[in-house]
Design a protein around this ligand. Structure first.
Ligand SMILES: [Zn+2]
Length: 520
């Protein structure tokens, strides 16, 4: 084994930094990756891409637009490197900002940004050169030329990376006009919305809350005088999202809410917030618990998957928050207590047989084992009804992914895992799936070479393929994923029963679902 590793290292010496066996430290790992993981399609079921950019097939002018615009990971590294805000979020010219980033890159050695940067340059532009101050102008020009072509437009990128489906993150008041346009377009990728109703929980911030309720009134075309009307409007928007192919919801919470209260209490909190009185922390927690139970029931009723992103400590720099706004790179891993409230929330839904499929994303590595032990408490009719999401945010890197995979392996079933998501705002993030697959195959290959797993491709191959793609497709039950454009149009056109899914000749078990989705 050791001998093999040394041979491999020698073989890789003198190679480009991003080479075929990048991150694959044994022959078995490399073989497993190339044979079973590399060619699998991508189902990116949680991201923050702009549906408008996809619908309008945005063409990016330069590396700044596609790579730096909106990337708070890069801004953080630049600030840590002493770069002035003018070059991060300020008014410096695009090329000046890129130069500032390029000069920072050599300082990111051992930060995941160093790997991501070079993997992305290689996969999008075939660039092998390391990025630094000296190479910046050359790389800017070379990438800029290629960005003018159709292969690197928003839709070109989805095609190149074999993205069969992606789920954006959307407010319940969103019209979904771009999703609607995409549903009838020739784009092979299914672009579906996700229902993220975080703003309805903000009864402690009445100004923002009431502004949002006004938008909901417009979207649902009804007046929201009281809590019952609010629930009706949200139900209506949930149905509307469902009709547009939505099969996932998402909530960003510091902790689950578990201070359950009556309709009467929640209605009183709602009415006070509507009159401009901010809810106290305990009232906000009660209202949150009431609404989260309601959302759980809606999701269970429709067979959706609920995602819970738990534990981020956001907006920690008040001065810069007031200057730059949220999501600009001033967040941390929180140390909130998760276990009791998470168990109570899942259990409350389970008791009324209304627990939907649920994916819980953890942001604190100290809680990995806690989260992984929560899954087995709530078995359902399908394998792994409650899932542990892939390494999230600050854990979305090699070590964090390994921790998540190891916790899940030790305490749950890795073979049932629904796998990786980019969770990204950038069209340059698709190689994150490749990165994850390499990490996964490296772990499994290592175990095989140590004799801790059987060296049996009939056992390992399907597991790897499933974690890369098929588990997500099956678990999420999103309509028509994996079908070509023509087959989808055929299904949309009318009664169906003959169209196949991925392999010709296989019956399509979810035709009913497809028809339902196409009613809009
Ligand atoms: Zn997200």
């Amino acid at each position: 084994m050791e001998c093999d590793h040394n041979k491999l290292l020698r073989r890789n010496q003198g190679m480009k930094f991003i080479h075929d066996d990048f991150l694959l430290h044994s022959r078995t790992a490399a073989r497993l990756y190339h044979q079973f993981a590399e060619g699998e399609p991508i189902f990116d079921y949680h991201c923050h891409l702009s549906p408008q950019d996809i619908a309008e097939n945005r063409q990016f002018k330069n590396l700044f637009e596609i790579w730096l615009e909106g990337d708070h990971y890069k801004w953080r590294a630049m600030r840590a490197n002493g770069v002035a805000e003018r070059y991060c979020t300020g008014n410096a010219k695009p090329f000046e900002k890129f130069q500032a980033w390029a000069a920072t890159v050599p300082h990111t050695l051992r930060n995941p940004l160093y790997h991501w940067t070079h993997l992305e340059l290689k996969r999008y532009f075939g660039i092998d050169e390391l990025l630094d101050e000296a190479s910046a102008a050359r790389i800017w020009a070379k990438a800029g030329q290629q960005l003018a072509g159709p292969e690197l437009s928003a839709q070109g990128i989805l095609k190149r990376f074999h993205v069969v489906a992606l789920c954006t993150t959307d407010d319940p008041t969103d019209s979904l006009e771009h999703h609607r346009a995409l549903a009838t377009s020739d784009l092979a990728t299914r672009v579906l919305p996700t229902f993220r109703p975080d703003k309805v929980l903000a009864v402690h911030q009445p100004a923002q809350f009431n502004a949002w309720i006004k938008r909901l009134e417009q979207a649902a075309n009804r007046e929201i005088r009281d809590l019952v009307r609010l629930l009706e409007a949200l139900h209506q928007r949930h149905e509307y999202f469902h009709a547009h192919g939505c099969r996932l919801s998402d909530h960003g919470l510091t902790q689950c809410y578990a201070d359950f209260c009556s309709l009467k209490t929640a209605a009183a909190i709602f009415s006070r917030a509507r009159r401009g009185r901010a809810a106290s922390p305990s009232e906000q927690a009660q209202f949150g618990a009431f609404m989260m139970l309601f959302f759980g029931r809606l999701d269970a009723d429709k067979g959706w998957t609920k995602q819970l992103h738990l534990g981020a400590l956001r907006n920690n720099n008040a001065r810069l928050l007031s200057q730059l706004g949220p999501d600009t790179g001033f967040d941390s891993i929180g140390d909130f207590r998760q276990g009791t409230a998470l168990a109570a929330y899942l259990d409350a839904l389970e008791r009324e047989r209304a627990l939907p499929k649920t994916i819980i994303y953890n942001s604190n590595p100290a809680d990995n084992y806690l989260f992984a032990t929560m899954l087995g408490n709530f078995p359902g009719r399908i394998p792994a009804q409650v899932q542990m999401g892939s390494g999230w945010w600050f854990l979305d890197q090699k070590e964090g992914m390994e921790w998540q995979l190891n916790a899940l392996s030790n305490l749950g079933l890795l073979s049932r895992f629904v796998g990786m998501v980019t969770d990204s705002r950038s069209f340059m993030s698709y190689p994150r799936h490749e990165y994850f697959r390499r990490v996964l195959c490296n772990l499994i290959g290592r175990d095989v070479e140590r004799g801790e797993l059987p060296d049996d491709d009939t056992l390992l191959g399907p597991m790897i393929r499933n974690v890369c793609y098929a588990n997500a497709r099956q678990y999420l039950a999103v309509p028509a994923v994996g079908l070509g454009v023509e087959a989808r149009k055929e299904l949309a056109a009318g009664p169906c029963g003959t169209a196949s899914r991925r392999r010709p000749g296989k019956p399509n078990r979810r035709n009913k679902d497809v028809e339902g989705q196409r009613q809009s």
